[in-house]
Design a protein around this ligand. Structure first.
Ligand code: ADP
Ligand code: MG
Length: 234
């Protein structure tokens, strides 16, 4: 479904992604694991088509079509979406409106169901505002609920557990599985081995390189035995 070929991204004269190659199959959960600063978010921005992250070299092919030259909203129209590592924060808009905006066909029942999916009580949250009165974890969940209502073809989830209590990891796992169940292909970005285990296959990114690819089990073992013992990342 998604093919990344020899992707190179340069920022301030420094390569932040180098010769990255991988493929994601339709309806799979594909993990991108790596320590902080590895280049994971940059990869997410490049796939989404954010302005400042145009490939310096390489190709991004989505469902057989090269999308390098498509801008962010053109890619969104193809069904690609990104849940940002730093969660949504809109003053003045209600949770319900925020969820309805992204739907192809407005459906209030579905907005409530999407909240239940991220373990938020619709009665308590639909009429609240997506502003700083919500905690970071609550906003993160609401953003994930919005991804659910969008029914994207490909969802890139950049650290979907960030800001969410570690005890609530199960809720993130459940959410990702439900999303895939509905037909969405998921790229799951994380620096945590326990989160990467949700994926079927995964790639390990380190200092801009794709260091290892394989089953998530293999990649997690490699990460735990090499990256986590490297003094740089302690
Ligand atoms: P990760 O998400 O894996 O923590 P990032 O993709 O955020 O990593 O960052 C990878 C590296 O690229 C970091 O060293 C970061 O400072 C650098 N970087 C990312 N975006 C930019 C940018 N817009 N300008 C300059 N450097 C950047
Ligand atoms: Mg990041």
């Amino acid at each position: 479904m998604l093919k990344i070929e020899n992707l190179n991204i340069k920022k301030d004269n420094r390569m932040i992604l180098r010769e990255v190659d991988f493929e994601v199959n339709a309806r799979e959960i594909y993990g991108i694991l790596g320590p902080n600063g590895a280049g994971k978010s940059s990869l997410a921005y490049a796939i989404m088509g954010c302005n400042d992250y145009q490939p310096y070299e390489g190709k991004i092919v989505f469902e057989g079509k090269e999308i390098n030259n498509l801008c962010i909203w053109e890619r969104a129209k193809l069904g690609i979406t990104l849940a940002w590592q730093h969660e949504a924060h809109f003053e003045g808009i209600t949770v319900e409106d925020y969820l309805l905006i992204g739907m192809k066909k407005m459906n209030r029942t579905e907005a409530g169901e999407a909240l239940q999916n991220v373990l938020l009580d619709p009665k308590a949250y639909l009429k609240r505002k997506v502003d700083k009165t919500l905690s970071g974890g609550e906003r993160k969940r609401i953003e994930l609920a919005a991804i659910f209502t969008m029914r994207p073809r490909l969802a890139i989830l950049d650290e979907p557990d960030s800001g969410i209590d570690i005890l609530a990891l199960d809720s993130v796992v459940g959410f990702v599985r439900n999303l895939r169940q509905r037909g969405t292909t998921v790229i799951l970005i994380t620096h945590r081995a326990d989160v990467a285990k949700i994926a079927e296959r995964a790639a390990l990114i380190g200092e801009g390189y794709l260091v290892k690819e394989g089953s998530s089990q293999e990649v997690v073992e490699y990460f735990e035995s090499r990256c986590l013992v490297c003094p740089q990342f302690r």
